[in-house]
Design a protein around this ligand. Structure first.
Ligand code: ADP
Ligand code: MG
Length: 318
């Protein structure tokens, strides 16, 4: 296997379900129901920045697509198509076999058609663009939060951050807790079904990729509101509870990235519908605070005192 074209034909030509013309021509051709809007999102993973070069390529293939599907979930869009721009240092067939298997496993799980991409030589990096569909009235933006709304979060927070710590140095964690956190870091499952379920219920949403406080800040800014978060209500996994350094646990909860949970707001009238949705999907949904008039994100402890996070979210250029 020596050429770029062999690589594309052998590893990246998968089945398509809702595509007029997929890989092989100068562009893919897509069609969609005119009642829908198209939601488009791109994410890049760079070796050494987003993952270690020795990361299992199967998991990397899954995660490359998963982080993009998470953006679709946050917009309440149904993901349908993806493109993959792959930069490889060399043609490593073992790596490509594992990477593409992981990528297509995730694509199959969410019925996403890989419809194109690019294959180039250089330092290992992958960029995925995902395209989804959503009725205009159901698109969930960061800008719809209103004072009085409840603030909700899915799943548990800080597990991926703890996985990153545990991968770098020894932390006193039980073996099940350690592998749970590494799984949360390396094999995130995007909350696509939840995003779709929130159509008509949520007023705004974002996926937590940079840390709770940083991503909450995006909702606050975009919506022109303030957010009040009750620290004691933040959902913690049993694994995170094992971390006995309280300062570090707090940092994982407030600033840990890579969780790919959804943070969303909704009118209190939808509270029981949201709880029902969580039960139906088997996803823990926790009300962690309130939308208020004002600006910024305030975190309060059980006694009402403000907690100031020691670290903000991840920013590539700060
Ligand atoms: P062009 O020369 O027009 O840029 P390419 O030779 O790069 O076309 O790609 C040929 C076809 O293979 C195109 O349809 C392109 O979208 C697709 N393609 C290239 N690389 C990938 C990849 N890594 N994954 C999926 N499709 C790819
Ligand atoms: Mg090309």
């Amino acid at each position: 296997m020596t050429s770029e074209f062999d690589v594309i034909a052998h590893y990246f030509s998968g089945p398509t379900r809702h595509t007029v013309l997929g890989i092989g021509d100068d562009a893919a051709l897509l069609s969609c129901n005119p009642a829908n809007r198209l939601a488009v999102s791109t994410d890049t993973l760079v070796s050494g920045t987003h993952f270690l070069p020795e990361t299992d390529p199967y998991l990397l293939g899954r995660k490359t697509l998963a982080v993009n599907l998470s953006d679709m979930a946050a917009c309440a869009a149904q993901p349908s198509w993806a493109t993959l721009a792959l930069t490889l240092p060399s043609i490593d067939t073992v790596w490509l076999d594992r990477f593409s298997s992981g990528f297509f496993a995730m694509a199959e799980a969410y019925a996403v058609d890989l419809v194109g991409g690019d294959t180039t030589r250089g330092p290992l990096a992958m960029t995925v663009t995902v395209i989804g569909t959503v009725p205009a009235a159901n698109f969930l933006s960061r800008a719809g939060a209103r004072p009085g709304d409840d603030l909700w979060v899915s799943g548990t927070l800080g597990d991926a951050a703890l996985g990153l710590i545990a991968g770098r140095r020894s932390v006193p964690l039980s073996e099940p807790a350690r592998s749970f956190c590494l799984e949360r870091l390396n094999n995130p499952d995007p909350r696509v079904a939840l995003g779709l379920g929130l159509r008509g219920l949520a007023s705004s949403a974002i996926d937590i990729s940079d840390g709770l406080v940083a991503d909450a800040g995006h909702i606050a800014r975009a919506s022109g509101v303030g957010l009040q978060i009750a620290f004691a209500q933040l959902p913690q996994s049993d694994a995170l509870r094992e971390l006995d350094d309280g300062q570090e646990r707090q940092q994982c909860l407030l600033s840990g990235g890579d969780d790919y949970e959804l943070l969303f707001t909704a009118a209190p009238a939808h509270c029981s519908a949201i709880e029902t949705l969580g039960h139906a999907l088997g996803v823990r949904l926790t009300c962690v605070g309130k939308v208020v008039s004002g600006v910024g994100v305030r975190i309060q402890d059980a006694g009402g005192d403000e907690i100031v996070p020691s670290r903000g979210g991840y920013d590539h250029f700060s």
